[in-house]
Structures are given as structure tokens and as C-alpha cells.
Design a protein around this ligand. Sequence first.
Ligand code: ZN
Length: 201
Amino acid sequence: MKILCIGRNYAKHAKEMGSAVPKEPMIFMKPESALNFSGQMTYPTFTTNLHYELEVVIEINQTVSKISKEVAHQYYDRIGLGIDFTARDIQAKCKEKGHPWEKAKAFDDSAPLSELVAKNDYDLSKLNFKLWHNDKIVQDGNTEDLIFDFDHLISYASQYFTLQKGDLIYTGTPEGVGPVQKGDVLKGYLEDKKLLEVSII
Ligand code: ZN
């Protein structure tokens, strides 16, 4: 399986990163070895600026290639919450050199994922999701602010990559990203339900 991630898919996040709002989806990937269900994130030795990015994740339900936006909704049934952990210091160096940024984004355990829930139980056009960082809400996002919605992302990605059952799309983070320290606890809520908890160790 593969993990597709979407960069800068919320305008206010693009702004906080000093980046332009993209005209088409910006895609990068993480390998399967990035997936993390352990509830723990070991602070990597190669960074001193590990950031959380809470994202809504969708799971592809069957093999699909080159489809339109209009039919894309048939190709996912389940959604969840994930964190796109980012070594912000390494990412800045990669950007500066014009290098790919996998070292900053695709490292081991960098993609915690919650349990998945049925998409039909939710209104995907205005889905609220929040991240608690210890005792503070730091990200409070809503899918109504997505630049490219889920169907658009699936259609767009499928023009380039055959999507397979079990593939995941991390659909981008809203504003409020920030650093974590060892001992911190992150909790992700979809509407009022806690789906994800990750301790930094
Ligand atoms: Zn992200």
C-alpha cells in the first residue's frame, strides 16, 4: 500500500508556512513503514523541530485509475484522523536546496493513524476536526475550508497513480501546526469523538 499526502490544502496553513495557495493539488508520499498505530511517537534523533499536522485521512476501497471527480465518491467508504509528522528543520533545508523532502516527512512512524469510521455517518462537506496538544486546542479545522475536496483529490491523484484498496490519502492540515517535545500528548477529535491519541516519547 501507499500513503499519499496533500500539501497546502488549507489556505490559512499555506499562509502560515509562507507558501502560495496552490492552483492544483500538491502530492507527496510516505511509505508503508511510516504508518503508526502504536499510540506513541519516538522523537527522531535527526531533528530538533518535530511538528504535528492533524489531517483527515481517507481510505481507498478498490483499485482505480484515471477517474473523474463525479464518480470519485464511490472509491472510499472510510475516513479517519492521522498526523503527518514533519521534521520542520529538515524540510526547510530541503526546500532551500530544492531537494525532495522525504527525509522530513516520510520517516519511520511519521504517519499515526486512528481507527477508521464510516464516511456515511458524517457530512464530509463540513467536517470539524481538532487537535489537542496537552491541555490546549491547537488546530481546529473544517473540511469546508479545503482548497481541493476529497473527490477532487482522488480524481487528480488517479490521473498519475493507480490507487489500490487500502491506500490512504492524508488530505492536508489546517493552520496551527507546531512543535512537540518529549512527554507531550496529542489527541485528535473528529466532531466530538476522540479518535486518536499519540504520546511523544
Ligand atoms: Zn501534511
